[in-house]
Design a protein around this ligand. Structure first.
Ligand code: SAH
Ligand code: SF4
Ligand code: F3S
Length: 443
């Protein structure tokens, strides 16, 4: 086709951006764009950006600088910035990088077709509004092509929590839930295309209120989709883990025993200064309740070290919390002051102190992570095979605990949940041996 244009999208930040990039590619696909995996032959480059830490945001400007040569060589090339940097910086992006043609905030992706047309006529396009309507309802309907066995599905956006360090409430706006019927329709469509595992996404996914029964209600309804084998959700806030959701972890077979439950700090003083609205004791009590519902659940968390005012004792409290809870997976970050957030006004911990704390915390978390993975050796797990592995004859997939597992298996096991015995811990993945025949015939 003579008028096929090529689109290169680069995605930064969280899984919600991964989902949005997919939807933007589909929307621009309806405008005649096909995706390419290199910037060199693109007609449009779209950076889907993250503003969570200073480094993430600065990276965008240096990335944009790299496209200067391409733009000079191909003046018709259009460059767009989407995502949270677009929302936070708006017109400033065009001021700093005049070769940018398009700036679109996370709640305006349904406007992309008009914006693309405007850009093609040689003008610039900027939209960082927070419209009333659900952007996903106005995006092009999803294509029917087959796809891999796992998918993300955004059910909730935005955040009303206003943790003192965080830009998300400003870049994504207020908490909004998509109605359950729309989520169900999208899920059914994904399953018809071959998806067997859906991860429900939201900045505060467990604050979801698009279903009368909350997130648990949605999960139970999704679990009735016959060929949907697995359900996950992320990211949860401790204060929104209600009884029904905790109970579902014990009783809903399709809900996987893995939970990302960020706590950020183990010090009550710092939790208060962070405006987290929970204490270390309330977090311990919550973890106990979740573990009594589902004893083998693997817990994951996020931590910030060097928050303004954090003393050595506060940091010791964080280490102590980590030791008491035990995480199978975790992400830890050095505090980064973000313009416009309350914490940005406060005096910072010296950078070398923060770095040393981060190292110490990461060493402990890595140790726990390694131990949790090594503990899988000898056990039988259920693996949803996703794709071919690097070695001939090998497939790779995820266990219910989200560990990567590879095993010798026939290609037609891709998309199936198979019982696998874990033989060896390979650090980045687990090596296993297929035990079961396929659980159900392939659709
Ligand atoms: N909504 C999610 C997390 C969103 S951001 C939640 O509340 O858990 C992902 C993680 O980035 C956060 O959990 C936090 O650990 C980290 N983060 C957010 N703002 C940060 C900042 N200013 N500096 C360092 N880390 C930050
Ligand atoms: Fe940010 Fe806190 Fe909202 Fe999470 S809960 S997105 S850390 S403000
Ligand atoms: Fe980053 Fe925005 Fe996600 S700031 S972490 S891309 S919500």
């Amino acid at each position: 086709m003579a008028d096929t244009k090529k689109l290169f999208i680069k995605t930064y930040g969280c899984q919600m951006n991964v989902y949005d990039s997919e939807r933007m590619a589909e929307t621009l696909g309806a405008q005649g764009y096909v995706q390419t995996d290199t910037a060199d032959d693109a007609d449009m480059i779209l950076l889907n950006t993250c503003h969570i830490r200073e480094k993430a945001a600065e990276k965008i400007y240096s990335e944009l600088g790299k496209f200067r040569g391409l733009k000079t060589a191909k003046p018709g090339l259009k460059i767009g910035v989407a995502g949270c940097v677009a929302q936070a910086e708006g017109a400033e992006i065009i001021r700093r990088q005049p070769m940018v043609d398009l700036v679109v905030g996370p709640q305006s992706y349904h406007k992309l077709p008009q914006m693309e047309a405007r850009v093609q006529s040689g003008k610039r396009a900027l939209d960082t509004e927070f419209p009333e309507e659900d952007k996903f309802d106005h995006l092009a309907s999803r294509p029917k092509a087959k796809r891999g066995p796992t998918a993300f599905l955004t059910v909730q956006e935005g955040c009303d929590k206003f943790c003192a360090f965080c830009v998300v409430p400003y870049t994504r706006g207020a908490e909004v839930s998509r109605p359950a019927e729309r989520v169900m329709a999208e899920a059914a469509d994904l399953v018809a295309r071959g998806v067997r595992e859906i991860t429900l996404l939201g900045q505060n996914v467990n604050a979801y209120h698009g279903h009368a029964g909350g997130l648990a209600g949605l999960i139970w309804q999704l679990s009735e989709i016959d060929q949907l084998e697995r359900i996950r959700f992320t990211t949860s806030h401790p204060n929104d883990m209600d009884d029904a959701l905790i109970e579902a972890h014990g009783t809903c077979d399709k809900l996987m025993p893995y939970l990302h439950l960020p706590v950020q700090s183990g010090s009550d003083r710092i939790l208060k200064a962070m405006n987290r609205k929970h204490t270390r004791e309330s977090y311990f009590a919550l973890v106990d309740r979740i573990r009594s519902a589902r004893p083998d659940l693997l817990l994951s968390g996020d931590f910030i070290v060097g928050f303004p005012g954090e003393t050595d004792q506060d940091f010791q409290d964080t280490l102590d919390l980590v030791r008491r809870v035990g995480y199978g997976q975790a992400y830890s970050f050095k505090y980064s002051a973000r313009p416009g957030t309350p914490a940005a006004e406060r005096a910072e911990v010296p950078p070398e102190v923060a770095s040393a704390r981060l190292q110490e915390l990461q060493a402990l978390l890595t140790e726990q992570q390694r131990a949790a993975q090594a503990d899988m050796v000898g056990r039988e797990v259920k693996v949803l095979f996703e794709k071919k592995g690097r070695r001939e004859g090998q497939l790779i997939g995820k266990s219910e605990y989200l560990h990567a597992v590879h095993a010798v298996a026939p290609d037609d096991m891709i998309g199936q949940v198979i019982t696998v015995q874990i033989l060896k811990d390979m650090t980045n993945s687990l090596k296993g041996q297929v035990l079961s025949a396929p659980a159900r015939p392939r659709a």
